[in-house]
Design a protein. Structure first.
Length: 129
């Protein structure tokens, strides 16, 4: 599973220590599913007949936070998973750095899956090798 070290500009204070390096790991399917579940809120919405009924609605920003907290393997020498409150305490610059790396890890995973799906198919490079 891929991991990347992320230097933090401001760091995260845990106890009396400010940690300025994080290790982010590649997400698993379980990370995605649990983050979605944790980001859902029960709200009352109108149905097709105009009656109000309960429905679970996921929050995209909460989903991102829950996903990130699971992908953070370490901040300094403190191991994850972390709590959403820890993510909230990050400086916006550090959050931006972590989200950019999270996106890069996801893009790399998608590219790998696409390459595997194309492997051995007519017209693919692996057909000639």
């Amino acid at each position: 599973m891929a991991e990347v070290k992320v230097p933090l500009k401001h760091g995260l204070k845990i106890g009396e220590t400010v940690f300025k390096e994080a290790v982010l790991r590649e997400a698993t399917a379980g990370d995605f599913l649990q983050a979605q579940e944790d980001s859902e809120k029960l709200v009352m919405v109108p149905n097709e007949e105009g009656k109000i009924e309960p429905q679970f609605i996921p929050s995209p920003s909460l989903m991102t936070g829950h996903q990130l907290r699971r992908q953070l393997k370490f901040i300094g020498d403190v191991s994850g998973p972390f709590e959403l409150d820890d993510i909230h305490r990050l400086h916006p610059d550090d959050l931006s750095l972590l989200l950019a790396e999270q996106d890069a890890l996801l893009a790399a995973s998608i590219n790998t899956l696409q390459a595997v799906a194309q492997s051995g198919r007519p017209g693919s490079d692996s057909e000639n090798g």
